[in-house]
Design a protein around this ligand. Structure first.
Ligand code: HEM
Length: 512
């Protein structure tokens, strides 16, 4: 009798173990697999910095392999060529996104999903199309007055604070405000005049926290359903949802009121709201608003901040001087400040921002994809419904593709004009829809900063920027890299000229 009981217990334990250890997609035959642990899979080995841990595994397993993260099976690509093969050559198969417990069930239950987190369906197609139209080249050109005002505003704050380059200053708050105001102006036609505004602080805090909830490494409950029984994480996630709902309502109501009063400024949501032929319902409009507010909020300033930090180093001084010379040659009449709004004609500065995007790859593990049809990868059939992670950092530091990838070198982009420059914006069918706008923002900022100031190392070496991409990131568990605080000095190159540029932009902003 007791023997039978023991057998029964053993069978139950075995079945339980099998159930807890099973994955959404069965093991893919022919593709190397990281061994991992029961229940956890590779979660323990991945630690906090998934990108570096996966890069290390790729040294053992090759560029493309499968891992288990709890009950999910994931195919990871870790080299430039394998990413190009899977994300670009197989882009129609890799068009969808997975649903993950924390983000999709807890954080997004009221405003819907952003475009970047929506699985592919008719609604996602409509929203992506509307966003793409609102972010295409002519549309972006019509937003340049916004970039003019916001970059002028950030630079004039820095000018007031810089004391002619005598003091170390922290530019992070100025650039966060620039990014948020740009997003809000684009989307709602509204802006904050001070970084100390309460709603401003609330948006920065909540969006930062939600971004942390979206990373691959911060949410074990997405992979191990048992952990959802311990709701601490879910509770904090839903409190952010409530706070986010509050300001999104406030912004949308404000715009609707402005439209009713006839005082609204041209903006994306306004255009959609006023267009009776727009085929978007209220939920889809909210999803687009959410996307636009959050998409550029941390990505654009992170690139500018990391870039400025690098430029303040000894090597950065050489790069700045070269960029300054090239700007002077392109615009001998000192009109780079204005011209950067209408054209992108300084190839070295274009190369500089591309290198900032590659070197710092601020979304090291790109937003996840889910395949909708089978993919044949070098003879291995990867079934539809599989999750895919692009280790964008690994692709952007692939020694088989880039010469000396760990060296910051804008020159690498002067010769190579075609093809995929880097994976900072992802790739293929769901690549960043805002890359053109983001590029224009980065170009304008670097042209204006370098024309206006010599960016110098801080007086106190303890304030110096960290230069390595991974080391400069203070939070590897966040979706978007967060620059470690640093300070540097800004010495105006020509105060009279800078003041006249600031005055021109101020007048333009007032006229608007
Ligand atoms: C330097 C700044 C930016 C970076 C580094 C960046 C990066 C990314 C990445 C890596 C993705 C995922 C792409 C993929 O899965 O292949 C993405 C998606 C997206 N981004 Fe950006 N982004 C930036 C700025 C912006 C801006 C300013 C906007 C719009 C205002 C924007 C709108 C979007 C949208 C709508 C998606 C979702 C695309 C989809 O799922 O179909 N991004 N971005």
């Amino acid at each position: 009798m007791s023997f039978i009981v023991w057998i029964g217990v053993a069978i139950i334990i075995w079945l339980l173990f099998k159930a807890l250890n099973s994955t959404d997609v069965p093991k893919i035959s022919g593709l190397p697999e990281a061994p991992g642990w029961p229940i956890f899979g590779s979660l323990l080995e991945l630690g906090e910095n998934h990108s570096l841990a996966l890069l290390k595994m790729a040294k053992r397993l090759g560029p493309v392999f499968q891992i288990r993260m709890g009950n999910k099976r994931i195919v990871v690509a870790n080299s430039f060529d394998s990413i190009r093969e899977l994300w670009i050559r197989n882009q129609s198969a890799l068009i969808s996104r997975p649903m993950l417990h924390t983000f999709h069930t807890v954080v997004s239950s009221s405003q819907g999903f952003t475009i970047g987190t929506s699985p592919w369906d008719e609604s996602c197609k409509r929203r992506r199309k509307a966003a793409a139209t609102a972010l295409n080249k002519p549309a972006v050109q019509s937003y340049m007055p916004i970039i003019d005002t916001e970059s002028y505003s950030a630079i004039s704050e820095i000018y007031k604070e810089c004391q002619d380059g005598q003091v170390d200053i922290n530019i992070i708050p100025h650039l966060l405000r620039f990014a948020l105001n740009t997003s809000l102006m684009l989307n709602y036609g509204t802006r904050f005049s001070s970084s100390f505004d309460d709603v401003f602080k609330e948006i920065v805090e909540v969006e930062g926290a939600i971004s942390r909830l979206r990373s691959t490494s911060n949410n074990w409950q997405d992979y191990i359903p048992l952990l959802r029984l311990f709701p601490a994480k879910s509770k904090s996630a839903s409190s952010y949802r409530v706070r986010r709902d509050r300001y999104l309502e406030f912004l949308l109501d404000g715009l609707k009121k402005d439209i009713a009063d006839g005082t609204d400024k041209p903006c994306i949501t306004g255009n959609i709201l006023k267009d009776p032929s727009a085929k978007l319902n209220e939920a889809e409009i909210r999803s687009i608003c959410l996307t636009m507010v959050s998409a550029g909020l941390d990505t654009v300033p992170a690139n500018i901040i990391f870039g400025i930090g690098y430029l303040s180093s000894a090597h950065g001084q050489e790069i700045q001087e070269r960029a300054y010379q090239e700007i002077q040659e392109a615009y001998p009449n000192d009109d780079a400040w204005e011209k950067c709004l209408v054209e992108e004609q300084v190839p070295y500065v274009t190369a500089l921002y591309k290198e900032v995007l590659r070197y710092f790859t601020v979304i090291a593990i790109c937003l996840p994809r889910r395949s909708i049809s089978d993919i044949n990868y070098n003879g291995v059939i990867i079934p539809a419904g599989t999750l895919f992670y692009m280790n964008a950092f690994a692709g952007d530091y692939d020694e088989n593709h880039y010469k000396d990838p760990y060296t910051f070198d804008p020159e690498r982009y002067l010769a190579d004009a075609d093809g995929t420059p880097h994976f900072a914006y992802g790739a293929g069918s769901r690549m960043c829809a805002g890359s053109h706008l983001a590029n224009r923002e980065l170009f304008t900022f670097f042209i204006r900063f370098i024309s206006a100031f010599r960016i110098l190392a801080p007086r106190d070496p303890k304030n110096a920027a960290v230069l390595g991409a991974m080391e400069a990131n203070k939070s590897h568990t966040a979706l978007v890299a967060e620059p470690k605080p640093f300070k540097c000095r800004f010495e105006p190159r020509n105060k009279k000229l800078l003041e006249s540029w600031l005055e021109t932009s101020r007048r333009e902003a007032d006229d608007d």
